[in-house]
Design a protein around this ligand. Structure first.
Ligand code: PMV
Length: 340
């Protein structure tokens, strides 16, 4: 019997938004208030890895995350599974078999480092292979974690919020492959790898309920920024790309402060890093580094390869760690195309 078991393993990368997704129009379907745009990293250093087994001999559904068993009673996981099964050929016998899901991240989970994006992108890719689903599956990954839809494609990815009420057109599209801008690098400065105080779900919900800025941003700011940054990426105009990226991160965190009670994600160290980036850019005469912060204190920096060595040495000089092992010794992260 068990010879019929099917096992699939996938890896999926993290993505870092330059135009942030912040706020939901529909909490159940995870339809966003505004479009967003990100770069997808290569899977060499930061990635999620998921193995799924379906077998007629399994008695119950099971789910492990980073070696710890989790409850299968999870609405987002359930929504992804339901949507996958809805799109599958209903004659498939494996549709009725139980699942064993084993997922792991090789970087801190839930510290504002896009772990859920990579995790759900990975889960949905593995499920789609298992049940032979064809066509765009980014709208299924979106049901797990909004930003996960962008990790389904490599390079530069635009998540269009869509106009349909069922969210079926709220999907991600690649606007340029990673190979379009091969010198692009990302540095992640881990300010704290602890679990965040309030997750993005809670922050967004409270933002939609209490911030007036959030509506202004979605209506008047983001559409133009998406256009302008797409143009900057197409022209490989780093100076403009960096300015829009930093302004958009700052606007997202301004909304977090405009939320009541406020959501404070950035710490003094995060602000000191932003200050250092501005000082470096002004010393260089144009933007050479761009910071962006998600729902946590860690800095994600976009910069071009020729800038990496000098900037990293300045970071190590300004933020000397008490533990010498803490000096930045990592490799800068690069972007790579994902074979579809
Ligand atoms: O997909 P979520 O629910 O983890 O929200 C992600 C929100 C940000 O990371 C802060 C911004 C973004 O667009 O990735």
């Amino acid at each position: 019997e068990s010879k019929n078991a099917k096992i699939v393993t996938c890896v999926a990368p993290v993505n870092i938004a330059v135009i942030k997704y912040w706020g939901k129009l529909d909490e159940e379907l995870l339809i966003p208030l505004n479009d967003s745009l990100s770069g997808t990293l290569s899977t060499d250093f930061m990635r999620a890895k998921t193995t799924i087994m379906v077998s007629p001999t399994l008695q119950e559904n099971k789910f492990w995350l980073n070696g710890k068993e989790q409850s299968f009673d999870n609405k987002r996981l359930d929504n992804c599974l339901k949507e996958i099964k809805r799109r599958a050929n209903q004659e498939l016998p494996i549709l009725n078999w139980k699942l064993s899901i084993c997922s792991e991240n090789n970087f801190p989970t839930a510290a504002g480092l896009a772990s859920s994006a990579a995790g759900y992108a990975c889960l949905v890719s593995a499920l789609a292979i298992l049940y032979d689903i064809e066509g765009d599956i980014s709208s299924i990954a979106r049901r797990g974690s909004g930003s996960a839809c962008r990790s389904m494609y490599g390079g530069w990815v635009h998540w269009c919020k869509g106009i349909k009420e069922d969210g079926l057109d709220s999907i991600a599209k690649q606007i340029a492959p990673a190979s379009h801008w091969p010198e692009m690098r990302v540095l992640i400065l881990v300010v704290s790898d602890g679990k965040k105080k309030y997750g993005s779900t809670e922050g967004m919900k409270r933002g939609v309920e209490t911030s007036e800025l959030i509506t202004y941003r979605a209506q008047y700011v983001v559409p133009k920024r998406i256009e302008d940054i797409s143009e900057a990426i197409k022209k490989r105009d780093f100076n403009t790309f960096a300015q829009i990226t930093m302004q958009d991160s700052n606007q997202m965190h301004a909304i977090c402060l405009d939320t009541y009670p406020p959501c404070v994600y950035m710490t003094n160290v995060s602000h000191a890093i932003a200050g250092l980036v501005h000082a470096y850019n002004s010393y260089k005469g144009s933007n050479k580094v761009a910071y962006t912060f998600d729902a946590g204190p860690n800095a994600c920096l976009y910069l071009l390869e020729p800038e990496v060595e000098e900037f990293v040495s300045i970071v190590n000089y300004v933020f000397p760690p008490s533990d010498p092992q803490g000096y930045f010794q990592g490799m800068p992260l690069s972007m790579k195309d994902i074979p579809q």
